[in-house]
Each structure stands twice: as structure tokens, then as C-alpha cells.
Ligand binder design. Structure first.
Ligand SMILES: [Zn+2]
Length: 237
């Protein structure tokens, strides 16, 4: 049986001497895996289709549950992601998030467009890649059932001005008056900065890093997943 799907390569592992097993996020079927043959040989025709971030229309032959890539036509390689270390870790966070949070055969078209748009913006836009990543994580968490309520104090809607507390179990922020002991205090500038970025405004790099650290903390504690590229990004860049 043959299948034609649009997908973005999330990564791959070596298989036998020259083959790879790819994880591909497809528009039609969510995250799937597929074998691709001979791509480690010099001059392999489909080598481009085995690289992370490659967005292509793939042709598979399918035997039972096993798919093999038989052809691919490139839509976008998002090449600039490879040329800049910050972009690289931002893009890496996007694909790692998808691999960990979206499964096979899920209705994922909105998550797919969110992912493709984030990679496109990180590659080609003048916008800061960390701000694109913050927006991606916020909306991708929502898609995965881990939405954050970040507009205001989740209890009294007071428009928090003083101390602010974050409760990762509820994915919500509280003012000092409403805080009931669950969670931890964060900087007001991190909370305000998150809202600025979500509105499309720019913030200082220090604030971006603090927001990304907060999101990494939330993902680790609430969803119990660690995104290694995100940890690298907030530690060193
Ligand atoms: Zn409150």
C-alpha cells in the first residue's frame, strides 16, 4: 500500500548500517515513525528527507504497521535554524515538544500548523526566536491539555500589580491576597513579560529567559516531561 502525507521530520535514530528510523509529525496522522533506507551513504538521494526540521511531502510504502519512505519532495528545510545557535535550540525545543506531547493518529491539524508556523517564524522572521518559542509553547501546551491561565489572578482578576505566585498544578497565577500556599512566588516582570510576548510585544532577553525557565519548570512538574533543548537554551544562551 502507498501513502502520501505532508510531514516535518522531528528526528531519527540509526538503524542497521545505512538506514534510519525517522519520527515524522504529519498533518494527516500525527506523529508516526518510518524507515528510510541508505541515507547514510554518500550522495544518497533522500538524505535531505532524513534531516531534522525537513518539511516535505513524503511517499511511504506500508506493510502492516511498518512504513518505508520511498520518495519525498521538499516543501521547506527551514535551513536558517541550523545557522544560528539560539535558533537551533529554539527549533530543537519545538520538535522535542512535539515528539513528547503529540501521538500517532491524533487529530492534530491545528497542532501541525502551530508547529510549521513556529519553525517558519524561527527561520525567516525578524521576530526574536525566543519570543516565537514562548508563544509556541503556550499554545502547544493548551493543545496538549496543559493550558495555562496567564491573563490575570485566576481567582479575583485583580490585574496583579504586587507579588505574584505561580501554581503549576493548576497552571495559574495568583495575587498575594488569593495565594493559598500552593506554588511559588515568581517575579512580577516574568508574569507581565509573558503577557507582553503573548500580545506580540517584545521584552528584554533576561525576561525571555525567565519566562522560558518558568515554562520548563511547568512542563517538568505538571507534565513530567523534560525538554533537553529548552534546558540548554535557558542555561547557556
Ligand atoms: Zn487575586
Amino acid at each position: 500500500m502507498e501513502e502520501k502525507v505532508k510531514g516535518i521530520v522531528l528526528g531519527g535514530t540509526a538503524f542497521l548500517e545505512n538506514d534510519k528510523i525517522l519520527n515524522i509529525f504529519t498533518l494527516e496522522q500525527g506523529v508516526i515513525s518510518a524507515k528510510i533506507k541508505g541515507v547514510k551513504k554518500a550522495g544518497a538521494k533522500l538524505k535531505f528527507a532524513s534531516e531534522p526540521f525537513c518539511f516535505a511531502e513524503f511517499l511511504f510504502s506500508k506493510k502492516g504497521e511498518l512504513r518505508t519512505v520511498t520518495g519525498a519532495s521538499l516543501i521547506d528545510s527551514f535551513y536558517p535554524i541550523r545557522e544560528d545557535i539560539v535558533k537551533y535550540f529554539c527549533g530543537g525545543t519545538v520538535v522535542e515538544f512535539v515528539k513528547k506531547f503529540f501521538r500517532e493518529n491524533e487529530e492534530t491539524s491545528s497542532a501541525f500548523f502551530l508547529t510549521a508556523n513556529a519553525l517558519k517564524e524561527i527561520s525567516y522572521d525578524d521576530k526574536n526566536p525566543k519570543e516565537t518559542l514562548i508563544k509556541f509553547l503556550f499554545y502547544a501546551l493548551k493543545e496538549s491539555g496543559y493550558g495555562l491561565y496567564a491573563e490575570d489572578c485566576a481567582k479575583c482578576n485583580c490585574g496583579i500589580k504586587g507579588r505574584v505566585f505561580f501554581d503549576y498544578r493548576r497552571g495559574a497565577f495568583f495575587c498575594e491576597k488569593c495565594f493559598d500556599g500552593e506554588g511559588r512566588e515568581i517575579n512580577l516582570s516574568t508574569f507581565k513579560g509573558l503577557n507582553e510576548v503573548l500580545m506580540g510585544n517584545s521584552v528584554d532577553d533576561e525576561i525571555r529567559t525567565k519566562i522560558l525557565r518558568l515554562l520548563a519548570f511547568y512542563i517538568e512538574n505538571r507534565a513530567e516531561e523534560k525538554i533537553n533543548s529548552l534546558v540548554e537554551l535557558t542555561k547557556n544562551l
